[in-house]
Design a protein around this ligand. Structure first.
Ligand SMILES: *Cc1c(COP(=O)(O)O)cnc(C)c1O
Length: 429
């Protein structure tokens, strides 16, 4: 469900007028729709209700406490990649017992913390890591629940930086050696083998790579079930979203019930359920982007127009430090003016930020309705890997975040101040 739409000539998130919001809280400003997040979670859970299913939201996509709290109240679990994320999940009311811990470089301190809190599973990415977890669990007098992450060597057909399931990627354990790795892991004294995990990449726009990977791994799952009595099989995250033309206009503006996933939950479930159901195991999912991506927009204001010989630049007050996806992944974000265009005058512009890098752009050679200084625009589908990847580069304070629910808008993170920027810094005497 998409909750950004024009009403009375101005862009709204649910029932909140974004221009008024920007006037009140300033720009750049991240705005999230709770209706979209809840709709996505509930529809995915409903499609998979035939399975014993644990949906672990990939916290790194959007880790604002209010977003985590919304999902925790729905009963979601969380896929975490750091001790910091575990702390966030707990603070937001999430249950550590429903957390899976992913990542190739877990530190000793993070492993201790996760054992103390009693997480559901460590998703282990190497045998060295398994040995480390066993040793720490032994020191603490605990037994650590683990799953190994298999790299199925399947092409997810996505951007190379977000493809994770090919042999050349750093993730997981090679398909060819995974059984041996399980045998050696099972021989470690302080571990309990709880499952098998995989995650082949992000922003997948077709169900085929999922089907291919699950089909390839199924015999392995059966073997592990009989050898080690595994309880769960995690098929990871990766469902893609629509970044292009995601905004409807005019009468069809409110896309209630509209599928804004490139690959619908219904299709995902109908192709995977027949493969997964007969396993009679708990199925873990780790969706990130699809839960929150289209639920968010970054609001920014045009500062200057600059006409070069080759191009026209619209310089806005948000920058790559606020949203790095275009620079990092060539990510595309739709540009929607907050005031619905009344003329059909179009110009071709680059929308760029103030940061001293040529990679600091949000759109290049984009047809947009004419803009002038003071106009505000929304960069759509920025709810995932937006704020969580933001930095203080150029000593720019982090933007505020707002959570909308119906006609209510709540500040869920205050804009940073200049004081916040230097907190913790010292000048030695
Ligand atoms: C990032 C990540 C996810 C989430 O991926 P999305 O494409 O956002 O759904 C899930 N599992 C693991 C292990 C990840 O690293």
């Amino acid at each position: 469900m998409h909750s950004f739409h024009y009403k009375n000539g101005s862009l709204h998130c649910e029932d909140v007028d974004l221009d008024a919001l920007a006037t009140e809280y300033g720009t750049p400003l991240y705005v999230y729709s709770s209706a979209t997040i809840l709709d996505h979670y509930r529809r995915l859970a409903a499609e998979l209700s035939d399975l014993d299913c644990l949906i672990c939201f990939a916290t790194k996509a959007n880790s604002n406490l209010s977003v985590l709290n919304l999902l925790a109240k729905e009963g979601a679990g969380f896929d975490i990649v750091s001790g910091g994320e575990l702390f966030r999940v707990e603070t937001a009311g999430g249950a550590p017992g429903r957390c899976t811990f992913a990542g190739v470089g877990k530190t000793r301190a993070e492993i201790r913390q996760a054992l103390e809190k009693g997480i559901y599973s460590f998703n282990v990415e190497s045998e060295a890591e398994a040995a480390q977890i066993s040793q720490i669990a032994g020191e603490m007098g605990r037994v650590a629940p683990v799953a190994l992450r298999v790299n199925p060597n399947v092409d997810a057909k996505t951007h190379k930086y977000i493809s994770t399931g090919k042999s050349e990627n750093k993730f997981g354990i090679d398909f060819a050696s995974i059984l041996d790795a399980y045998a050696r892991t099972a021989a470690l004294p302080h571990l309990k083998i709880r499952g098998l995990q995989m995650h082949i990449g992000s922003q997948l726009t077709s169900v085929e790579p999922f089907v291919e990977a699950v089909t390839k791994v199924l015999p392995l799952v059966e073997t592990l079930k009989s050898l080690y009595g595994i309880e769960f099989f995690s098929i990871g995250g990766g469902i893609g979203i629509v970044y292009h033309d995601s905004l409807a206009s005019g009468d069809q503006a409110w896309w209630s019930g509209h599928e804004d996933t490139t690959l619908s939950f219904a299709e995902y479930a109908s192709r995977l359920l027949p493969l997964l159901k007969p396993l009679d195991l708990r199925i873990v999912l780790e969706p990130g982007r699809v839960m929150v991506g289209n639920a968010g927009a970054l609001i920014t204001e045009v500062l200057y127009e600059k006409r070069g010989t080759e191009k026209t630049f619209q310089i806005v007050d948000a920058a790559m430090n606020d949203l790095i996806r275009p620079a990092l992944y060539e990510g595309y974000h739709e540009v929607a003016p907050l005031r619905e265009p009344t003329s059909d005058r179009i110009e071709i512009v680059d929308i760029v930020g103030p940061v001293c890098e040529s990679g600091d752009f949000f759109a290049q050679n984009r047809s947009v309705s004419e803009l002038c200084a003071g106009d505000r625009i929304a960069l759509l589908s920025t709810g995932a890997y937006g704020f969580t990847m933001a930095s203080n580069y150029n000593s720019r304070p982090l933007p505020a975040e707002i959570l909308v629910s119906g006609d209510q808008a709540k500040v869920v993170r205050k804009r940073q101040t200049h004081r916040d920027l230097i907190a913790g810094e010292l000048i030695p005497d």
